[in-house]
Structure formats: C-alpha cells, structure tokens
Design a binder for this molecule. Structure first.
Ligand code: FAD
Length: 294
C-alpha cells in the first residue's frame, strides 16, 4: 500500500511530490497521459521566480527531474476511476489499481479554445489564453479578447496595462459578465467592444496579424481566448464535492473526504499560475504529512 498517491504531473503535483519525497513518504505520481500539464502548451514563461525566461516545457521537465532525484516514482497514465468510499483508498489505471492511505488530486484544468485550425497553429505565436502570463509581450500593440463573461472582462482590463488598444469580440448581442465588470470595461478608453461577431479565422503565417470576424477583418497582434476553463475532475464526480463548474471544494486543501487532498488549477479558478499551483501543491503535501502522522 502507498502512503500517498499524487494524481497529476503538472506544477502542483510535482511540487507536492518533492515535499512528500523529502519527508520519506515515497510518493507515487500518476502523471496523466500526456504528462506535464498546461506548461507543456506554452512557449516563454517569464514570471516563475528564479527563471527570468524559460520555455514552459523546459520548466516542467526541470520540476520532474527534481522530483525524480528524490526518488519519486511516475506512471504516465490516466486515472480512470477512484474508490474513496473505504480505506485504504483505491486508484484505478486502465490495466491496474493501487491502494493508498492518502491522495493528492492535482489534475489541473484546460483552457477552452475556439478550435479553429488557424487558432491552434498560432498558439504561442500571438494566440494565448492567459493575459497575466502573456500580456507583457504586447506592450503598445493591439489585441483582441474573445468572450463575454467575467474572465473576458478581466483579461481585457489586464491587457489595457500593456496594449494600446484592446478589442473585446463577443458572438452575442450582450455580455454575460457581471454589471460591475461590464461598467469597468465600458469606461475604459482603450477598450472597444464588438458584439454579434464570431471569430472565423486567425490571420497570419508565422505570427498573428489579424482576425476575420463576421463581416470584417481586424488588424491585431495578439488574440486572447477567454471563453472559460474546464477543470479535469470528471473522474471524481460523486466521490468528493465539486462546485457547479466542476472545481474541487477544499478546506485547508482537504476535500470532503478526509485523507483526500487537492491543489492547483483543479481547485483554483482565480489565480491559475504555475507559481500559485506550486504553492498549493506544497501546502497539500504538508497537510498530507500531518494527516498521516495523526
Ligand atoms: C497556454 C498557457 C500558457 C500559460 N503560461 C503561463 C505562464 O507564463 N506563467 C504561469 O505561471 N502560468 C502559465 N499558465 C498557467 C499554468 O500552466 C497553470 O496554472 C499550471 O500549469 C497549473 O498547474 P496544475 O499542476 O494545477 O495543473 P496542470 O498544469 O493542468 O497539470 C495537470 C496534470 O494532471 C494530469 N491529469 C489530468 N487528468 C488526469 C487523470 N485523470 N489522471 C492522471 N492525471 C491526470 C495532466 O496530464 C497533467 O499532468 C499557462 C497556461 C496555458 C494553458
């Protein structure tokens, strides 16, 4: 039986693994397939302390090597089922299962995309899903934010700190966002709202040069897709409490099942950063140590 199984091989899971390994708990990480999480999808990361600039895939590889150095074992497979109804808990992979005294869930989230071929081709070349991460690269440029909820308003406001002009393009005739966020957007002189317009194509060969929306073309240097995120928590439905968007509900990193903890973007719909995911992973690992001592 394992002391702790960590589900997820992104920053939260790997940070937890390093701490639990150094506390001699010999953690097993089920890192998912493909492993590595969201940082594998990005290019330059410039806001992770200690690294002025590093490629996302390189940063996550360094974290994994760091964990391996302390003896962490990895299965690069997906968990397909869990049984948290009895102790020890049981975690199922496609062809096997393991029992464990405790679990840390760090399965992250996925940004939702428009799924246009041109958008996918230009991801990291002007197409982004994170203004906090990438806004800095668009100083004095023109960008478009796609979406109509609070996230889109927040992304647009964040981008006004860098870009000289920010369009918000929304397919409906009104925003879903809260009144207060809409007011902030409408009062910001750098933002121009374009309603009733769907993105048909992201334009540009090697980098974003514009977008084609219903009936016209807009020249922009960057496109921020802000149509939501989906936490990767389907496998835990009915086993622990999730909120209405599927994020895991925790108190001090413990889920509604004692002994099952959660950290990172599968819990956090607010900050969604590698450094915050790492911090939450560390906190969850320390809670596991306390729980097992108890
Ligand atoms: C394009 C892009 C650019 C970004 N740029 C930055 C940046 O510049 N700076 C920054 O700080 N943050 C950035 N982020 C955000 C950052 O990547 C995330 O906040 C961070 O990766 C969250 O870490 P996590 O460990 O919680 O989840 P994730 O990184 O999402 O990792 C989740 C892990 O769980 C695994 N998993 C999922 N389901 C299962 C399952 N059923 N069984 C087993 N494993 C499973 C996955 O395979 C993965 O290994 C960016 C995100 C994106 C998408």
């Amino acid at each position: 039986m394992e002391n702790v199984i960590i589900i997820g091989g992104g920053p939260a899971g790997l940070a937890a693994a390093i701490y639990n390994a150094r506390a001699n708990l010999k953690p097993l990480v089920i890192a998912g397939s493909p492993p590595g999480g969201q940082l594998t999808l990005t290019t330059e990361v410039e806001n992770y302390p200690g690294f002025e600039s590093i490629l996302g895939p390189e940063l996550i590889l360094k974290m994994r090597k760091h964990a391996e150095k302390f003896g962490v074992r990895f299965f690069d497979q997906n968990v397909v089922k869990v049984d948290f109804s009895k102790k020890p808990f049981e975690v199922f992979l496609p062809d096997s299962s393991s029992t464990t005294k405790s679990v840390i869930i760090a399965t992250g989230a996925k940004a939702l995309w428009l799924n246009l071929p041109s958008e996918q081709r230009l991801r990291g070349k002007g197409v982004s899903a994170c203004a906090t991460c990438d806004g800095f690269f668009f100083k004095e440029k023109t960008v478009a934010v796609i979406g109509g909820g609070d996230t889109a308003m927040e992304e647009a406001l964040t981008l006004t700190k860098f870009a000289k002009k920010v369009y918000i393009v929304h397919r409906r005739d009104s925003f879903r966002a809260s009144k207060i966020m809409q007011d902030r957007v409408l009062n910001n002189k750098r933002i121009e709202v374009i309603l009733n317009s769907q993105v048909e194509e992201v334009l540009g060969e090697l980098k974003v040069e514009g977008i084609r929306i219903t009936g016209r073309e807009l020249q922009v240097d960057g496109v921020f897709i802000a149509i939501g995120h989906k936490p990767d928590t389907d496998v835990f439905k009915g086993k622990i409490e999730l909120d209405k968007k599927g994020y895991i509900v925790v108190k001090d990193y413990m889920t509604t099942v004692p002994g099952v903890f959660a950290a990172g973007d599968c819990v956090d719909h607010k900050y969604r950063q590698a450094a915050t995911a790492v911090g939450m992973g560390v906190a969850a690992a320390l809670e596991v140590e306390r729980y097992l001592e108890g």
